[in-house]
Design a protein around this ligand. Structure first.
Ligand code: GLU
Length: 428
């Protein structure tokens, strides 16, 4: 979300401009890729449970579809802005390109706070969103998925509305669906597991034994939970995790030096993502301020919440013990903070590579829906591991051979793939 003067779209464009310069892209290609190809802004009028009417603002940005249908989530958040959606749509284009799946980039959003909406009201927003955009999205045009504060249930309501409008079954219209309703095994854990596949590979390269490492996580949503799950299976110890407390309107860090059991922490978390602090104390957690997660003496930091979280004001709080930052969130590090991290020589797995597991599994979900034949969880996770491991090494090999920063290497690969596709199509 934008905070103060921070504008995620300006940041995404700034990152793009630097690489476009480096790649010596021509003016037309730069112009094409600096902005979304198309964007839709619309009203979603809803009858609330108390009988009053409320109008919510919805968006869909399709950044680029040269490599395949646009792909990306729909976020429900009270601080959603069109510039956030634009930035996220651009990052989706780079994300699908870096893992080399035949999809482009898009993103959607609705300015709303699902924590203050009943399920019926949320269903109405999902159906309203689809009614406004049904002609401009679809399995061969633009394929939505879950993102912050949306889940499989929201996707199924959206699919149902889309199928009512079009009159045909179209399970490939949306991904992240529940199991048994066109969803793929492994999709829930895919983003978090994907982060950890890349962490595992990075630690191998850094000659660090993962089972002797500790990590601190920002956020306790879908990405963080499953990243902690796999990290723990690999023998690592997650010692701190921060989570947003909506009642107190601030983040809180929960710390346990003996290692966090994510299922235990989840069992004392309510449906709004709030941890019961009394129970946490009883279970031996220390309760610390929100930004304590970044100040831990750990080997690995995993920002897995929102954008603009590692910035000029807190980057210097990162302890010298930190050797690796794996960006589970989209855009968590501002350009100023990035300069500091780069200068300190901390190894970074950039967002659109680290968190590409979600969209990669979404692609597998589409493939399975198209075949109408579903794989086992093991098959899905093996394919996901292969894709992520391959993408990680392609980026890291380039970074090492050219002696460049990991983020720049990832951008070089993605932007050249997308620019090439645009050129081959005769667009620029
Ligand atoms: N919202 C996720 C992301 O930011 C997943 C997108 C998808 O599966 O299409 O990557």
């Amino acid at each position: 979300m934008s905070e103060g003067s921070f504008n995620p779209f300006k940041m995404a464009q700034q990152q793009f401009d630097a690489i476009a310069e480096n790649l010596q892209l021509d003016e037309a290609t730069k112009e094409l890729l600096r902005n979304p190809d198309r964007e839709y802004h619309f009203n979603i009028p809803i009858r609330m449970d108390d009988g009053t009417y409320k109008v919510f603002r919805g968006y869909r940005c399709q950044h680029n579809d040269a490599r395949g249908p646009s792909k990306g989530g729909i976020r429900f958040h009270p601080q959603e802005t069109v510039d956030t959606v634009r930035a996220l749509s651009m990052w989706m284009t780079w994300k699908t390109a870096v893992v080399d799946i035949p999809l482009g980039g898009g993103k959607g959003g609705v300015i709303c706070d699902p924590r203050n909406l009943s399920l019926r009201e949320q269903e109405a927003i999902c159906r309203g969103w689809v009614r406004q955009i049904a002609r401009n999205v679809g399995p061969l045009q633009d394929v939505p998925a879950p993102d912050v504060m949306t889940n499989g249930q929201h996707m199924l309501w959206m699919l149902d509305e889309y199928e009512r409008i079009t009159g045909v079954k179209a399970p490939g219209f949306i991904t992240g669906k529940p199991l048994g309703s066109g969803g793929s095994l492994g999709r829930t854990e895919a983003t978090g597991y994907g982060v950890m596949y890349t962490v595992r590979e990075a630690l191998k390269e850094l000659n660090i034994d993962i089972s002797k490492t500790t990590a601190s996580f920002q956020g306790f949503g879908n990405v963080s939970q499953y990243a902690i799950d796999l990290y723990t299976q690999y023998g690592g110890k997650a010692i701190a995790v921060s989570s947003w407390d909506n009642k107190e309107k601030k983040a809180i860090t929960y710390k346990k030096l003996s290692g966090i059991d994510w299922k235990e922490l989840l069992s004392i978390t309510n449906r709004f993502g709030e941890v019961d602090q009394q129970k946490a104390l009883e279970l031996g957690y220390e309760i610390l301020p929100g930004d304590a997660w970044i100040q831990q003496e750990v080997d690995i930091l995993v920002p897995a919440a929102l954008e603009n979280q590692i910035n000029a004001s807190n980057v210097n709080m990162i302890k010298p013990t930190v050797k690796l930052i794996a960006e589970g969130a989209n855009g968590p590090t501002t350009p100023e903070a990035d300069e500091v991290i780069k200068a300190r020589g901390i190894w970074v797995i950039p967002d659109f590579l680290a968190n590409a597991g979600g969209v990669t599994c979404s692609y597998f979900e589409q493939v399975q829906c198209n075949m109408n034949y579903f794989w086992t969880r093991q098959e899905v996770l093996e394919k996901l591991d292969q894709k992520m491991t391959h993408a990680y090494h392609a980026v890291s090999d380039l970074a090492k051979s050219r002696k460049i920063y990991m983020r720049d290497a990832a951008y070089l690969i993605s932007i050249s793939r997308v620019a090439e596709a645009c050129k081959l199509r005769g667009w620029v």
